[in-house]
Write a protein that binds this ligand. Structure first.
Ligand code: CQM
Ligand code: MG
Length: 356
């Protein structure tokens, strides 16, 4: 464990100083693509205009014999394009794989100035982040980078969940954490066979009403990921970094995808992954606060004055704590609206109506 006094010191001579605050730029959807897949890569310049984050994936979902092609494809795409405000991230191979060292060396030295965040899969504990932290500092120094790369961990092993607080605080590079429900399910020996989402067998049932135990008993499906997402959100909030729901593998089921994303949004996540173009708009809709919620938040803030005391608004008690929640929603809305005139107009129209 580094001394708190050294926490913000660069880990290699010539490496840029770590950031003190994680930049909070919109990241409602982290859009995954395989940079070695020519069809997908061809769509990337257009997709870049619609997403907050583009992520060139090198890990799972890329076949072993396509790993080098994916890495080279990402280098070529990053060199050939300027994605403007859209962030460019990558997911490198896992730290125990034969590919990760070349992933890091190649990407940082070739396109380190174009990359914002490096996502590290299957993180088990702070030791994995420390390894990446030092290596990135050495490579940044070699590449002459002036802006430090940030690190995002995937929470997808049982030990990662057990150590999530120390992972979140392991380095000033830590930008955020995403839930990885598929590997996490396998690591925990859960009996699901899907990538994220619920399971019809995970339910509670109302009590019997008579002798027949099968009659008239409503069941309610429960959220398999509630505990993990809530714990991840706390760990991230404690360390000033950002939590994300990960992938929803049933691409066809856009309805359940929206529900899963919304649960994560309400619990504190700032975004989710889009694996297919159809999931981009779902994430945009869910992770941009609804105009009616923004209008309500702005109304409470306006009526609460300096934010202290207690008042009744539309029959509901408001005080310091509710105005703080309203500020979370209103500040997020302002940040998103700053780059999105359509959203700005929707928020302003709803506010005008609410304030009368
Ligand atoms: C699901 C798949 C196979 C369906 O791919 P498809 O070709 O069958 O779908 P489609 O509907 O036929 O595609 C229509 C068009 O969109 C294109 N397309 C399709 N997807 C994309 C995309 N993402 N970005 C850009 N373009 C895309 C596709 O190439 C096609 O182009 P075309 O019209 O010219 O023929 C495909 O969408 C895909 O491979 N997506 C990415 C999958 C991925 O990255 N998985 C890894 C993340 S999840 C994970 O790792 C788990 C975790 C966290 O680690 C853990 O929980 O443990
Ligand atoms: Mg995984």
């Amino acid at each position: 464990m580094r001394s708190p006094k050294d926490f913000f010191a660069p880990l290699a001579l010539g490496a840029p100083a770590p950031v003190r605050e994680i930049p909070v730029t919109p990241s409602r959807m982290i859009h995954f693509f395989d940079p070695g897949n020519e069809k997908m890569a061809a769509k990337v310049p257009d997709i870049a205009k619609k997403v907050d984050v583009l992520l060139g994936n090198l890990e799972d979902a890329v076949r072993a014999d396509r790993k080098e092609a994916a890495r080279a494809g990402l280098v070529a795409i990053a060199k050939a394009n300027d994605f403007g405000k859209t962030q460019l991230w990558t997911r490198v191979n896992s730290l125990d794989s034969p590919w990760v060292l070349d992933d890091l060396v190649t990407l940082v030295t070739e396109i380190g100035d174009k990359l914002d965040v490096i996502m590290v899969p299957k993180v088990e504990g702070a030791q994995d982040i420390h390894y990446v932290d030092r290596l990135l500092a050495q490579l940044e120094a070699r590449a002459g980078l002036t802006k430090p790369l940030l690190v995002h961990a995937i929470l997808e092993t049982a030990s990662g969940v057990a150590n999530v607080e120390e992972i979140a605080g392991a380095s000033p590079r830590m930008q955020g954490i995403s839930l990885g429900p598929a590997d996490l399910a396998a690591s925990r020996r859960m009996k699901t066979t899907r990538v994220g989402g619920g399971h019809p067998g995970y339910l509670v049932r109302t009590d019997p009403t008579g002798e027949d135990l099968t009659e008239g008993r409503t069941t309610y499906q429960q959220d398999l990921w509630h505990y993990t997402v809530a714990r991840m959100v706390d760990a991230c909030a404690m360390h000033g970094i950002l939590p994300y729901y990960g992938p929803f593998g049933d691409i066809r089921d856009v309805v359940a995808c929206e529900d899963q994303f919304r649960n994560a949004f309400l619990l504190g996540c700032v975004g989710a992954w889009s694996l297919h173009p159809v999931q981009i708009d779902i994430a945009k809709k869910v992770f941009s606060p609804a105009p009616s919620d923004v209008a309500w938040a702005r109304k409470v803030i306006a009526e609460m004055g300096d934010g202290t005391g207690a008042v009744m608004i539309d029959g509901k008690m408001q005080d310091d704590a509710s105005v703080k929640q309203c500020r979370v929603v209103a500040e997020l809305a302002d940040a998103l609206a700053a780059d999105d005139p359509e959203l700005a107009a929707a928020y302003d129209a709803a506010t005008k109506e609410a304030l009368g």
